[in-house]
Design a protein around this ligand. Structure first.
Ligand code: AMP
Length: 254
């Protein structure tokens, strides 16, 4: 039975009594509305560790758009069943007050890579991500933390933060998981209109086409996407584009 943890002190008790020095601990931080992408991280953690914790916390500090935060899907009952079925041991459900007792006075800022790509037009987004991940890693005290390559820039920033701040935890990348039609699984996919949901897999098709970047951008615009960015970094094509007001991201190895 996956146990729900609703306070940090409750987790500290369990950690000190049952885990510390005895068992390996895997951790999967999420914002909930779980899908097969998240589940692949859970499966990997369950396989590689004695105990797995999944946190569900819609982190307000990483949303620069208040409507995006307001509309973010919440499906806690379904999430609990999925986690239970995968053999996840603990579901950590912190509140905003628990995570930010300092009212977000202390912030982790990366000065370079975080200002590009997903950070270029979303001010403070990665400050919010890095700060919440550092706090969660400090609370949970896992051996291994799992992050999806769907958010390739985020994974790299977290990996570099762990190194820069000497965190005692492995940051483990996990493959991007796609729906059968090629669309990368995302909690935001459920917000697409039926018409845009049909169009959405074209994002993957276009960035896999091996055409010059400008041509890919043009192809996406012609299909009705509003392109936020499309760039090549370290041999990888990275894209963010809107369909209606839903922002989709994806990436492929060139
Ligand atoms: P989120 O709930 O969007 O914050 O995502 C939680 C974790 O799941 C992050 O490490 C994401 O990169 C990962 N994730 C989300 N979607 C996918 C996917 N389609 N494939 C693999 N990992 C994913």
């Amino acid at each position: 039975m996956a146990k729900v943890i609703e306070s940090i002190s409750e987790w500290n008790e369990i950690y000190n009594r049952e885990i510390k020095g005895k068992k390996s601990l895997g951790f999967v931080p999420t914002m909930g509305a779980l899908h097969k992408g998240h589940i692949s991280l859970i499966k990997r953690s369950v396989k590689e560790n004695d105990i797995t914790v999944c946190s569900i916390f819609v982190n307000p500090t990483q949303f620069n758009d208040k409507n995006d935060l307001k509309n973010y899907p919440i499906t806690l009952d379904a999430d609990s069943i999925l986690l239970e079925n995968e053999g996840c041991d603990y579901i950590f459900l912190p509140t905003k007050e628990m995570i930010y007792p300092d009212n977000y006075r202390y912030i982790v800022t990366e000065t370079t890579f975080s200002k590009t790509l997903c950070g270029a037009h979303r001010e403070g987004h990665f400050d919010g991500v890095l700060t919440v991940v550092l706090k969660l890693l400090n609370i949970v005290r896992c051996n291994n933390a799992y992050f999806g390559e769907k958010d390739w820039q985020q994974y790299n920033l977290i990996k570099d933060m762990a190194k820069a701040l000497f965190l005692d935890c492995n940051i483990i990348p996990c493959l991007l998981i796609r729906e059968p039609d090629g669309l990368a699984y995302s909690s935001r996919n459920t917000l697409l209109t039926p018409e845009n949901r049909l169009k959405a897999p074209q994002l993957y098709r276009v960035i896999s086409s091996n055409k010059p970047l400008d041509v890919m951008k043009e192809d996406l615009r012609n299909l009705g996407f509003r392109v936020d960015y499309l760039e090549e970094v370290e041999g990888r094509i990275l894209v963010a584009a809107y369909l209606g007001n839903v922002r989709l991201i994806d990436n492929v190895q060139r």
